[in-house]
Design a protein around this ligand. Structure first.
Ligand SMILES: [Fe+2]
Length: 399
């Protein structure tokens, strides 16, 4: 049995209409002024107004910052931290997808990092200045409006370093929210393609928990349940976006997967493909998963047999055979939502790279990704290059 260490989880509220509890939750924590962190799209579709009403109802003053951007740039996180301090807010409310949530998480911590910040990268998970005693003073509630990233339950934020043009993890357990409110009503308006994209991201997190190198016995049962829910309910919500039960079922697995482990080395490869070939995160993640499953055939055979049960493919055969059945089932699953395999996807993105060029392009970007350095085994040892070439070739050849 593998050793493991589990971070604490936030207090969680789940259910239709629960987003309106935000005001009462802050009031119970003794808060008086809130910084609401969101983006223009979420504001425009009216998701913020009823939640802000709940703040007003409880007599909590508020300021709204609605300029968060995808792939949160470092300077925005610093700007939001400054606003939190200048407006003397004692609580933060993130409403949105992973970008707004990560911006708020980082800003909460930056507001209490003592030095004048010259370079936020120095405080990253791989930097030299991050200290466990750095804490946020603002109380913090996260309300996700998509069902996929699971960012609301983790203690890390993915930041875009605008000087170095790379993504890194700004990680500290003190970033973990006090309360997460998962209200499926907020996802009712998501179009089918966006729903599938984030759903496949959640599926990728859960698959990485089960077959990845960080697999452990606390996480696997929860991740397997998440995979089962996604397999059953994503096709339903994709065809019938108004199906409330399907929306509720899909609002939950993202947190199940991320709160137990989630993105690791599979994401390091997916980040590299996504940034090199301009593919959306959920698409680049899911196209890596069949290869990850085949590659881990003899490392995670038990987990792969459990996946075979869930995807209703044969569990009898060699480890490689069963991994092959499961990998093919995952391929068919994501293709059923109109997502293409690697070769087709990069072509549609305007690249005609052959296999050799694809591999040569990808390896430096994978080694640059923070996750390839963070997770065990790290993929930076001399013997790793050969393994990486094989993995990249397999991803390119998946059909
Ligand atoms: Fe992800």
């Amino acid at each position: 049995m593998n050793s493991f260490e589990k971070n604490r989880l936030p207090h969680m509220v789940f259910g239709e209409g629960t987003a309106k509890q935000a005001g009462a939750k802050f009031k119970a924590m003794g808060c008086s002024k809130c910084l609401v962190v969101t983006d223009k799209g979420v504001m425009e579709v009216g998701l913020v107004d009823p939640i802000v009403e709940s703040l007003k109802k409880e007599g909590i003053d508020y300021v709204i910052y609605d300029k968060t951007l995808p792939n949160p740039p470092d300077y925005i996180c610093i700007e939001v931290a400054k606003l939190l301090t200048d407006e003397t807010c004692d609580c933060t409310l993130a409403i949105g997808g992973g970008s707004s949530i990560d911006t708020a998480k980082a800003a909460n911590l930056i507001a209490n990092i003592p030095d004048e910040i010259k370079d936020l990268h120095d405080y990253s998970a791989l930097g030299t200045k991050m200290k466990p005693q750095f804490n946020r003073t603002a109380k913090f509630i996260c309300i996700p409006t998509t069902s996929g990233t699971g960012a609301e339950v983790t203690g890390s934020a993915v930041i875009h370093d605008t000087k170095r043009n790379l993504k890194y993890s700004f990680a500290n357990e003190n970033q973990i929210a006090d309360v997460v409110i998962i209200d499926p009503e907020l996802t009712y308006g998501m179009p089918p393609r966006a729903t599938a994209t984030v759903g496949l991201d959640a599926l990728s997190h859960a698959i990485e928990v089960v077959v990845g190198t960080m697999q452990h016995d606390f996480a696997a049962p929860i991740a397997l349940d998440a995979i089962d829910r996604i397999r059953r309910w994503l096709p339903i919500v994709y065809k019938d976006p108004a199906n409330k039960e399907a929306r509720a079922q899909m609002a939950y697995p993202a947190d199940m997967a991320e709160s137990t482990g989630g993105a690791a080395n599979g994401h390091a490869v997916a980040h590299a493909i996504g940034s090199k070939y301009n593919l959306v995160h959920g698409h680049s993640c899911i196209m890596v998963m069949p290869t990850l499953i085949r590659h881990q055939a003899n490392t995670a055979p038990e987990g792969i047999r459990r996946l075979a049960d869930i995807f209703s493919v044969p569990t009898i055969g060699t480890n490689e055979e069963v991994a092959g059945y499961v990998a093919d089932a995952v391929l068919d699953f994501y293709k059923s939502f109109g997502f293409t395999t690697c070769k087709e996807a990069i072509k549609a993105s305007g690249f005609d790279d052959d296999k050799k060029t694809f591999v040569e392009n990808l390896i430096p970007a994978i080694l640059d990704d923070y996750k390839s350095q963070l997770f065990m085994p790290p993929i930076h040892r001399p013997e790793d290059r050969q393994m990486l070439v094989k993995v990249c070739e397999m991803i390119y050849d998946e059909e």
